[in-house]
Design a protein around this ligand. Structure first.
Ligand code: ZN
Length: 319
């Protein structure tokens, strides 16, 4: 049963927002496009794995995709978490190309491609680390008994996978082999340790504890705030700025009108600038002077509100 679906990753949302907020000839555009393409490939692999995970028995397996938890002030994010009454399973999904070799002795993953061999982030080690953090998270909630398994899924169909021994190979698979791998791991655990009610309660607690964080993308690309474009671009011809005329955003270039053109600009700024905007910043961003209007526009956007009237700030409800 699907408990938590996967949304568009925050990285992809931020990179797309940044592409809209930077001038088209900005020096970083090619870099950002490359990064976006890489992230989109990963997301595609995750969604493909999600399809195969959905083939598992709906009653027995409770599934949470893209879950971020906090343990001892550290965030950890698992690509997929599967809960059963007998064991829990953490799945890391990677879209890697080339010939992959998982070395159990060293814990290293090497990738051979075009006659070069490089090391890569080993999803098995990531999954194992997440198991330790998840164990701690569960112990804090007095859930001690349940075994936690791990699995690495390589979603790229062209990758060739080799493992140093059989035991490692049991924990590595492709997206298509996901249901089989889960069933194989599942055979090790016969005893039901949780009732259906307890399991559902834990699944609910996981979903509630999901706490994604905005990315400091300005810091990542060492961008300054004055490099970002301000104002609303015309939704029809791209001309900047659209101006407020009789309750609508109006383009003086092509005379197009829009009711909600501010939504994308405000959302984009929240994504790239630390997920916080005040009334004053909103007026500056949209090129308007009315406090009342900025308030109306922000309040109409289903944002999270914080603080009192004067110092109030707004942020996106991250999923
Ligand atoms: Zn226009």
């Amino acid at each position: 049963m699907l408990i938590k679906a996967r949304g568009v990753p925050i990285w992809i949302q931020c990179l797309e927002a940044l592409l809209r907020l930077l001038p088209q000839d900005h020096r970083l555009i090619p870099d950002i496009r490359r990064n976006l393409k890489y992230r989109q490939k990963g997301y595609k692999g995750e969604k493909s794995s999600d399809y195969y995970a959905s083939l598992l028995d709906q009653k027995e397996f409770l599934i949470l995709h893209d879950l971020t938890l906090v343990h001892k002030k550290l965030r950890f994010q698992s690509d997929t978490l599967i809960l059963t009454a007998r064991f829990f399973l953490i799945i890391e999904i990677k879209s890697l190309e080339g010939e992959l070799f998982f070395n159990n002795e060293t814990g290293q993953l090497t990738v051979s491609r075009h006659e070069t061999v490089t090391g890569a982030d080993n999803p098995l080690i990531q999954a194992l680390n997440h198991c330790i953090q998840l164990r701690g998270w569960l112990e804090d909630r007095k859930i001690n008994e349940i075994p936690i398994e791990h699995l690495a899924i390589i979603s790229n169909p062209r990758a060739v996978i080799r493992c140093s021994n059989y035991e490692t190979a049991r924990h590595v698979g492709t997206d298509k082999s996901l249901p089989l791998k889960v069933m194989e791991l599942s055979k090790r655990y016969k005893k039901e340790l949780l009732t259906e009610k307890e399991l559902k309660k834990i699944a609910k607690a996981f979903k509630k504890a999901h706490s994604p964080q905005p990315i400091n993308i300005m810091g990542f690309y060492k961008l300054k705030h004055d490099e970002l474009l301000k104002y609303i671009a015309c939704t029809n011809c791209g001309f900047r700025p659209m101006v407020r005329v009789r309750g609508l955003w109006h383009c003086v270039n092509c005379f197009a009108n829009s009711k909600a053109a501010h939504v994308e600009v405000i959302t984009d700024h929240l994504l790239v600038k630390g997920n916080r905007i005040t009334n004053r910043e909103c007026r500056d961003l949209l090129g308007i002077t009315s406090v009342k209007l900025a308030n109306k526009l922000l309040t109409g956007m289903n944002l999270h509100k914080e603080g009192n009237t004067r110092s109030r700030s707004y942020s996106l409800k991250l999923q």
